[in-house]
Design a protein around this ligand. Structure first.
Ligand code: MN
Length: 327
């Protein structure tokens, strides 16, 4: 699992240990296990947020861990063209290559440690697929797609595409120098990541060495979610055991703690966690398929607009498929 790695963590800025006299460590409110499924043309995913109340996820909506999968030659899969409106898709790639095109002119290729942050806003069509070279060769594919809700006032924003390179990510280490903290958006201990967000959000990918402890200051007005991409360990003030494919929803507090077990699976030498938090939007969520709006009528309108071609048309992209589906 490369994403972005650093040969010598001790040269990085350190996240100071929170002062237990002045900050409460967040407890775990619940742990869920992500069921497996298939997305798009049939790539394997774990539905990271399945079974969790939207109010606990707010401002996040949905997340898929894509892979990890070792494709045979000819096997790599993506999605056909499909629409979105009312939220953002954030695709973070740990291994492999993914191409993106959208009907608003956004797009690019991401690989190890890169992120594409697409604001669907008022609506667009997009396609996400492995490049032809990867289809031919096969290979490792592992990433995450997170859906971030937009508040009512931003649901009609002009679509935007942010191409965040792995090299732009803010890299920090824990107080003991044993963990790598990658800040993709928001900030940790004053170090900001490159992602620009519509509402305050922090998105972190951390690798915690076996037996090590990671403590992160976390805005008390944010929610806090810890998803385990690989390895095992424990989370929260109650040291709740977690393993690959599990999500911990944390309760209130000013910092959070993640401990890596001393023994890790051979193929996954470190505990890999995605730590997410944001200021809850606290608006009604009407979500159907690829549309996330405030009311049922707005969702129906989105389907009508899509059918009428008002969310855009498939642009001419050399070699790209032209099939269009609702998601
Ligand atoms: Mn999509």
């Amino acid at each position: 699992m490369p994403a972005i790695t650093v040969p010598d963590l001790t040269v990085l800025p350190r996240v100071p240990l929170p002062d237990p006299e002045r900050s409460t460590e967040r407890p775990v409110r619940g742990v869920t296990s992500a069921p497996s499924g298939y997305e798009g043309e049939g790539f394997p995913v774990r539905r990271a947020f399945a079974g969790v109340d939207l109010a606990d996820l707010d401002p996040f909506i949905h997340m898929d861990q894509m892979g990890e999968v070792e494709y045979a030659p000819g096997e790599p899969k993506g999605t056909p063209w499909h629409p979105h409106r009312g939220f953002e898709t954030v695709t973070y790639l740990l291994d492999g290559i993914f191409d993106h095109h959208d009907s608003h002119g956004g797009g690019g290729t991401i690989s190890d440690g890169d992120t594409q942050w697409m604001t669907a806003g008022s609506g667009l069509l997009h396609i996400e697929a492995p490049p032809e070279s990867l289809v031919v060769s096969g290979g490792l594919f592992h990433g995450v797609q997170l859906w971030v809700n937009l508040p009512r006032a931003s649901k009609w924003a002009t679509p935007r595409y942010q191409d965040l390179r792995g090299s732009q990510v803010a890299l920090l280490t824990s107080d003991d120098g044993a963990s790598l903290v990658r800040v993709i958006a928001g900030e940790v201990a004053g170090h900001a990541g490159p992602g620009s967000t519509h509402t305050p959000i922090t998105m972190v990918h951390a690798s915690v060495a076996p037996g090590a402890r990671l403590e992160l200051p976390w805005r008390p007005d944010f929610n806090a979610l810890v998803y385990v991409l690989a390895g095992n360990g424990s989370v929260g003030s109650d040291r709740r055991p977690v393993r690959k494919g599990q999500l911990a929803v944390l309760g209130a507090g000013g910092h959070l703690r993640v401990d890596a077990a001393t023994s890790q699976p051979q193929a996954e030498p470190e505990l890999e966690v995605l730590v997410l938090g944001g200021l809850p939007i606290r608006e009604p969520v009407a979500w159907a398929g690829p549309f996330v709006m405030n009311t049922r009528a707005e969702v129906m309108q989105a389907f009508e607009d899509f059918q009428a071609g008002r969310l855009g048309t498939i642009p001419s992209v050399h070699g790209a498929p032209t099939t269009l589906t609702e998601g």
